[in-house]
Design a protein around this ligand. Structure first.
Ligand code: ADP
Ligand code: MG
Length: 972
């Protein structure tokens, strides 16, 4: 495997080299044109934009125009030198002319690649060239930034070039009201965040009732800045527009006390177990050199078993953690784990685990109630609900109802009338729905208690749960965990629980960006994920050389046995570097750790600044100051991405910025991102990571072999462990997680693909309805279609009894349309299906035309004004599409949960999902057509303009949310 990879890498390498060589040749041409343009007057240079657009219209391609266009940008930059530009509240002097490496990056992006350029290499300026070139076609050109601040900054800053050259620019930020957005999109070049673009897409396609209300103008070319963060880290995050549900069954409040109790019972149980084990082990502590006898070994074995069990019931138990600081104990526990997870010891394992109430698997973020747990749950509920006269059997959440059997019993009961039977069945349905909801709420509450941690997964701000992005450590205000998990956490923390919401429209960022004809990106860190980017988005990654050679010194990791030793070492390191006056940036993986470190530094009188999720706004400013002499900045992961750290004068001489990593992150990309903060543009700098065996990465993903190594190389307290193999193991662990996360993302995408096809189909239909000038032909086609579909059902086979049902068809028509057909109208042996259905549709279409004429006669239509009847019909169709689509989305949501519950029967949930989703969509579109057809006879003209999107939003109290698919329903 390793050999093959090396081999592939070589090919990969040379292909990259060849491409670079090719691009450098183009760079020469750009520079030649640049020379040629130098004598032009400003106006003559500006006029080039106009000339290029003409030449494009006459058939020259953008590829043809590239060298000249890039040269014009470069030339314009030179002319801007010294100009004062107002950026983010400050005046700055323009001082940038693209370097050759930037032109290379710019070429790569025009050809739809991701340019990997290190932090500080000037990606913002690089993007200006492909943006300018592609805007010449007059098609939409979007630059996607990480946040609103950067959208505005980059538009003001680099946008200067475009404005100077006669193009229009705009920044699309969250504050811009819907009614101004159309104008924004009309600009040649638009800067904005992924969610703003994505939500506008959803609004255009699910809420705009008129063509004029749609704001976007196509998906032509987009460059995504910090592309790995958008396409990889945020890949699992769907954009969701939601509103309140009509009926809510939510019962988090009601269930919460019992869930807390159960969790407490388990914690107490585990604590007792751990203390017992500790006592026993203390008893057999022997003096140095003494050997344990048989009895003592037995005691030890028993104690270990207890500790093992504790680690399955409360993975972060303090006693267990303490014991694990001793390599021998750690090895013994690891061995026990290996032993129990061997197939032949399954029985024994299950027997052991049955002692617990809940089994928690921290690694896969899953948990499971044991029989003991279920029993306890039922007892607790029965005692609580003794006097509750509710027909719902509380405590039965874990037992699914067998509806088929229940119906059978009802049908057998001769004492019931038909009506009573139907009522009973409806009751059963309701009970089933309630029970499912309860069990779902219960699961989410347990998840909230067992696996979601305050200050790690979320923080509480102004009485609200605010999500912390696990990848960036940033807060995600306004976002909610999906599928009720957010409500469950609110319940756990004793906060007000938000109302249940329903999805009106949703899309993942991946699928949004896959709509663009051409997609490009830039970032400092993409090569480690090159494979994924290629497979999913068909984008290549090209590593662009740096302008100056990178002088950063990356040290080997320093690895410690315990967290305590690690922090001491970090403190020592920081002190030493600080004494020299060098600025230090310390990267942490969570808000929690950043605060912990901050406390340690305070105790040690080290002045510092903390940049974590709790202070998002000041982010750019803090980061910008991190390069000053003596500065110590503690930052969460990647906070401040997009703002670079400039060194204060004189800092380069003393060694530049020192980056200190407080752990290895789950993906190597994150580590590289942190490292890249130092030594930009040929500055000096250094980086070093500190790791301990208490770190999540090592705790959960390092191979058990490591423990063996540890036993051999155990250092004295406070000393780092130096063994070359450790560095390798850490990287292996990271690769394993990267692979796992990739699988999860791919899996999510496979589900989403199904939805995506349906969404595209329905949005295309909706857009057709919005865009056709005259709606009548479309309506007629629909009526005919409905008649045909129904006819196919009633006239299947003439010669088979029951498969030819003229009377059924007649009744069906009359039930759906206000039109009479004489008895026996379709009872004609000589006709075939086509004749019969066309007989029906002719009559119905005729009636429809008459209705249109009647409605038209009620009003006068002035010239060059939209025909109100036309608009009314259009409106009615669009509304029907929207409301049924929303219902369909809900059903699809349920289906997704359902298939996962079903995965027991050896069936592949994805296949099941695809299969049923197909049928559901089929049914949805049939219902949609039928209901629209019916409505075509039910509307009446009243004069009122259709509501604006803002009105609809207000009316529905809709929210736009980005919610996390935090719960990973994945088997890997
Ligand atoms: P990146 O996004 O690659 O991390 P930025 O676009 O934020 O980098 O630019 C980093 C810094 O480099 C900015 O301060 C910018 O002014 C400077 N810069 C970029 N390109 C040039 C250039 N060609 N000449 C001089 N300075 C440049
Ligand atoms: Mg940048």
């Amino acid at each position: 495997m390793a050999i093959m990879f090396g081999f592939l890498k070589k090919i990969f390498g040379t292909a990259q080299d060849r491409l670079l060589k090719k691009y450098y040749k183009i760079v020469d041409r750009v520079n030649a044109f640049d020379e040629k343009f130098k004598p032009l007057s400003d106006d003559e240079l500006r006029n080039k934009t106009f000339e290029f657009r003409n030449r494009f219209d006459k058939g020259e391609t953008l590829d043809d125009l590239l060298p000249e266009a890039y040269a014009v940008v470069k030339n314009a930059c030179r002319r801007l030198n010294g100009t004062e530009i107002h950026v983010s509240g400050y005046d700055q002097k323009w001082d940038m002319v693209p370097y050759d490496v930037q032109i290379v990056g710019a070429i790569a992006m025009h050809y739809g690649a991701i340019a990997e350029m290190m932090t500080g290499e000037g990606k913002t300026l690089t993007a200006a060239m492909p943006l300018y070139l592609n805007a010449l076609s007059k098609n939409s050109v979007h630059l996607v930034t990480v946040n609103d601040y950067l959208a505005e900054r980059d538009c003001q800053w680099v946008g200067t070039i475009f404005r100077w050259l006669g193009l229009t620019t705009a920044a699309l930020t969250n504050e811009i009201p819907t009614e101004n957005r159309k104008k924004i999109y009309e600009s040649d070049i638009v800067y904005g965040t992924a969610s703003e673009f994505g939500f506008d897409y959803l609004r255009d396609n699910s809420m705009a009732f008129r063509k004029e209300d749609q704001v976007q103008r196509g998906y032509n070319f987009a460059i995504i800045d910090e592309v790995d963060s958008i396409l990889i880290d945020e890949a699992r995050t769907p954009l969701i527009i939601s509103g309140p549900v009509p009926v809510s069954r939510q019962m988090y409040d009601e269930l919460k006390p019992q869930v807390s109790d159960l969790v407490l019972v388990q914690r107490d149980f585990c604590n007792r177990l751990a203390m017992d084990a500790k006592k026993e082990l203390d008893k057999i502590q022997l003096a140095e050199g003494q050997k344990k006898d048989k009895k003592q070994l037995e005691i030890q074995q028993e104690a270990l078993q207890k500790l093992w069990l504790v680690s399955k019931g409360t993975p972060r138990n303090k006693v267990v953690k303490r014991f694990k600081e001793d390599p021998d104990m750690r090895a013994a526990l690891d061995n026990m784990d290996l032993y129990y997870y061997a197939d032949q010891n399954k029985e024994e394992r299950l027997k052991q685990l049955a002692e617990l109430y809940i089994i928690i698997d921290e690694k896969s973020s899953e948990f499971e109630l044991t029989d003991k747990g279920v029993l306890r749950w039922q007892e607790m509920n029965q005692s609580r609900n003794k006097d509750n006269e509710n027909n719902l059997n509380k405590g039965d959440e874990f037992v699914m109802m067998d509806i088929g059997h229940e119906y059978f019993l009802i049908d057998q009961d001769d004492n019931l009338t038909e009506d009573q039977k139907i009522q009973k069945k409806l009751d059963i349905q309701e009970e089933d729905a309630k029970r499912k909801e309860r069990s779902h709420n219960l699961r989410q509450l347990l998840r909230a208690h067992l696996l979601m941690e305050k200050d790690v997964d979320y923080i509480i701000q102004e009485e609200k749960i605010v999500i912390i992005d696990e990848n960036t450590g940033r807060t995600q205000p306004g976002r909610r965990f999906s599928d009720g998990l957010h409500q469950a956490i609110e319940a756990k923390e004793g906060l007000a629980i938000q109302k249940e919401t329903q999805t009106y429209a949703t899309i993942t960022l991946q699928n949004y960006f896959r709509m663009y004809k051409k997609l490009a990106g830039m970032t400092g860190t993409a090569t480690t994920e090159a494979n994924e980017l290629k497979t999913i988005y068909k984008i290549d990654v090209l590593e662009i050389p740096t302008h100056r050679t990178c002088k950063r010194e990356d040290s080997n990791d320093q690895i410690y046995m315990t967290e305590r030793e690690k922090y001491n070492a970090i403190l020592k390191e920081v002190r030493e570097i600080h004494e020299k006056g060098r600025p230090i940036l310390i990267g942490t993986e969570s808000v929690d750790i950043s605060e912990k470190l901050s406390r340690i530094f305070k105790q040690n009188k080290l002045e510092h600044t903390v940049l974590n999720a709790k202070q998002n706004e000041k982010e750019a400013e803090i980061i910008a100051h991190a390069g000053r002499r003596n500065a110590i900045t503690i930052s969460t992961n990647m906070a401040g991405r997009g703002t670079d750290i400039k060194l204060e004068l004189g800092v380069a001489e003393i060694g530049g910025l020192a980056v200190v990593g407080t752990t290895r992150h789950e993906s190597r990309r994150t580590d590289r991102q942190l490292r890249g903060r130092s030594a930009r543009q040929g500055d000096p700098g250094s980086s070093k990571f500190f790791v301990s065996f208490d770190d999540r990465l090592l705790r959960l993903f390092a191979s058990p072999r490591l423990t063996g190594i540890l036993q051999k190389f155990r250092p004295p307290e406070g000393e780092p462990i130096s063994a070359g193999i450790l560095n390798k193991s850490i990287e292996t662990a990271q690769k394993r997680i990267e692979q796992r996360n990739y699988t999860i993302r791919k899996h999510t995408l496979e589900y989403d693909d199904v939805m995506n096809k349906q969404r595209q189909e329905i949005y295309a239909f909706r857009n057709e309805v919005l865009n056709v000038a005259n709606i009548e032909p479309l309506a007629i086609e629909l009526l005919e279609n409905v008649c045909t579909t129904a006819a196919d059902q009633y006239f299947q086979n003439k010669s088979e009894v029951g498969a030819w049902n003229p009377e059924g068809y007649r009744e069906w028509l009359m039930r759906h349309f206000p039109i009479s057909f004489e008895e026996g109208a379709f009872d004609d042996d000589t006709s075939d299906v086509q004749d019969l259905e066309s007989m029906a549709s002719q009559k119905i279409v005729h009636a429809f035309k008459e209705k249109m004429a009647r409605e038209s006669s009620k009003i006068e239509v002035r010239d060059n004004q939209a025909n109100p009847i036309n608009e009314a019909v259009r409106n009615l169709i669009v509304r029907k599409i929207d409301s049924l689509w929303q219902e369909h989305l809900l059903k699809m949501d349920h289906l997704r949960t359902d298939v996962n519950l079903r995965s027991v029967g050896q069936k592949d949930p994805l296949t099941e999902f695809k299969h049923e989703a197909f049928h559901m969509f089929d049914e949805f579109s049939r219902t949609l057509r039928t209901e629209i057809a019916q409505d075509l006879f039910r509307f009446e003209i009243i004069r009122r303009p259709p509501p604006s999107i803002q009105q609809i939003l207000n009316q529905l109290q809709m929210e736009t949310n980005r919610s996390f698919a935090k719960e990973l329903d994945v088997e890997t």
